[in-house]
Design a protein. Structure first.
Length: 238
């Protein structure tokens, strides 16, 4: 099982990275956690559009979903066994953009409900977390990975993260600026990793205008495990 960081820039694409997108692979099945602005291009380095088995969209902000339309375009150009590849299975929030819910030839959409489901060989658990009025869904994949998506500290994400191997945490600021509405600080991410007993903390949603090394330092002082900054193309065995 493997995690690949496709994009890790927060709120908008950065000069060196697309917005949030993470590829999880196991036994030939490929799951995308988010596909934000600019991510469909670099995704092609790691997986063909027609090989994506499912996409989970954490919430309806464009830095987490908008390049699904580009993925669909690439998929429409691919032919497998003499026929097209069919619509992309999308799992997303109830307020998904209508382009996803009104084009059944391109997308098969399922509104996320809290709980556990199987996607290919992956056991996926989804819980609602706190991201302002929009809300958001955090994802746990097997016991290997917990992706916080955009959330402020809350009991739901704490419970989801317990015992995970890798905590992929969207940390969008510093304790000195907090508490942040709808987002973790780097310190929050470190505390979450420590409470969960994670073996590795990956900080992501890295905004282009922030001091990323300072984020790393703040989280590292609290996490109780190794902490790294996400970067495009990073691959982690899970």
């Amino acid at each position: 099982m493997r995690l690949t960081v496709v994009g890790c820039s927060g709120s908008a694409p950065g000069p060196d990275s697309a917005a949030s997108s993470y590829l999880v692979e196991k036994d030939g099945f490929r799951l995308l956690l988010d596909l934000g602005a600019g991510a469909a291009g670099p995704l092609q380095r790691y997986a063909a559009a027609e090989d994506i088995g499912a996409v989970i969209l954490s919430h309806a902000h464009s830095d987490h979903w908008s390049d699904v339309t580009q993925l669909s375009y690439y998929r429409s150009k691919a032919v497998r066994d003499g026929s097209d590849c069919g619509p992309i299975p999308i799992f997303g929030p109830s307020n998904m953009n209508p382009v996803l819910t009104t084009n059944p030839d391109d997308f098969t959409t399922t509104v996320i409900q809290a709980g556990v489901r199987m996607l290919g060989p992956l056991t996926v658990r989804l819980v609602g977390v706190r991201h302002g009025a929009l809300g958001c869904w955090a994802t746990r994949v097997d016991d290997a990975l917990c992706y916080t998506a955009d959330t402020e500290p809350c009991a739901a994400v704490e419970e989801l993260a317990v015992g995970c191997g890798v905590l992929l945490a969207e940390a969008s600021g510093f304790d000195a600026d907090g508490p942040l509405r709808g987002h973790l600080t780097a310190g929050d991410a470190g505390r979450l990793a420590a409470k969960a007993g994670a073996r590795l903390l990956i900080l992501t949603h890295l905004r282009a205008w922030q001091d990323h090394l300072r984020l790393l330092d703040e989280a590292s002082q609290l996490a109780g495990c190794p902490v790294v900054l996400a970067q495009p193309g990073m691959r982690v065995a899970l």
